[in-house]
Design a binder for this molecule. Structure first.
Ligand SMILES: *Cc1c(COP(=O)(O)O)cnc(C)c1O
Length: 322
């Protein structure tokens, strides 16, 4: 067995320097209503206001900024129908690297258009009969492209960790911190920052109930694979944690919690109505879990990572209802 080289907090610090000027330093919002509801101080790190609408720009840009001149010339390839695709496409445009994004042929037209709009070449595949990882690897081998996966990559993890670093740099140590969990890039990066900057903070990863592979993995000590879960949290429809993200989560995270789709919708509505922000379902995972356990959080200082805001308005309206 080969020893995997796990990223460290030092990599997060370097990532922060690398993305400075390219990524936004997103605002930390507070709400008097939430503080009263919780009897606590709650700080929302708003990555829905990050470039392209989600924290994924941080990891994508950090990974591409580390390419060698040869890698830059040949280009990058990524497979995703969601925020990772747009993060790689935008980062590639800024760094003048050719990008190929592999998307399912039935991906929402708006997402395909947004990805093309950043100048990327979109290659479509049939998600029922073709394997996107195989297509990615074949293209990478044929054209010398570098494949950047959405979460299981040291530079991606380090980049994602910069959001938590900014939060602690701004508000100081916290008692508890709630972070959305899909494949674990965001949570493992946040864990590196948390253990360095607020070592005593309780750190929670939060998944959709229907896709609790991370919770099962955390409890059993083995990476558990599941079928693509049915949930409105499309950014957390991952089937398993990564070879790099899992050991960091196991070492540095206190627990993995789950929330239902209804609880996510209640949070989307709250964010829109009371805080005037649009948050996609996946971006509500952290707040939904914090709300469920607010009785145990009285008098504490709490961080909530709001991971993204990409949702089309018709879908947003139909989810929150009238
Ligand atoms: C990708 C994504 C997540 C999950 O991140 P992982 O690094 O895969 O755990 C959460 N929220 C949003 C908005 C995302 O795009």
């Amino acid at each position: 067995m080969t020893m995997l080289q796990l990223p460290t907090y030092d990599d997060v610090v370097q990532a922060a320097e690398r993305i400075a000027g390219a990524a936004h330093r997103t605002p930390v919002l507070t709400s008097r209503t939430v503080n009263e509801e919780f009897g606590a101080e709650v700080f929302f790190k708003c990555e829905n206001m990050q470039r392209m609408g989600a924290f994924k720009f941080r990891g994508g840009y950090n990974a591409l900024a580390r390419f060698s001149p040869e890698q830059r010339r040949a280009g990058v390839v990524a497979f995703s129908s969601g925020n990772h695709a747009q993060a790689i496409a935008l980062s590639a445009r800024l760094l003048e690297i050719p990008a190929t994004i592999i998307m399912p042929e039935d991906a929402p037209a708006a997402k395909v258009a947004a990805t093309r709009g950043y100048g990327a070449t979109v290659v479509t595949y049939d998600r029922y009969t073709e394997d996107r990882e195989q297509i990615g690897r074949a293209l990478a081998a044929r054209d010398g492209l570098t494949l950047i996966p959405p979460y299981d990559h040291a530079d991606v993890i380090a980049g994602q960790g910069t959001a938590a670093k900014e939060l602690f740099d701004e508000v100081g140590p916290l008692d508890a911190f709630f972070v959305c969990l899909g494949g674990g890039g965001l949570l493992s990066g946040s864990a590196l920052a948390t253990r360095a900057l607020s070592p005593g903070c309780l750190l929670y990863g939060v998944e959709p109930e229907a896709g609790n592979d991370g919770q099962q993995s955390f409890r059993t000590g083995q990476i558990v694979h599941i079928d693509t879960p049915r949930t409105i949290a499309d950014g957390a429809q991952t089937q398993h944690l990564g070879q790099l993200t899992f050991p960091i989560i196991q070492r540095d995270v206190d627990d993995i919690l789950t929330v239902s789709d209804d609880e996510l919708v209640a949070c989307m509505r709250f964010f829109a109505e009371r805080m005037k922000i649009v948050v996609e379902p996946t971006g509500c995972l952290g707040f939904a879990a914090a709300r469920k356990m607010k009785d145990s959080l009285r008098g504490k200082r709490i961080g909530v990572l709001v991971s993204g805001g990409n949702i089309d308005l018709a879908r947003f309206a139909s989810l929150i209802g009238a």
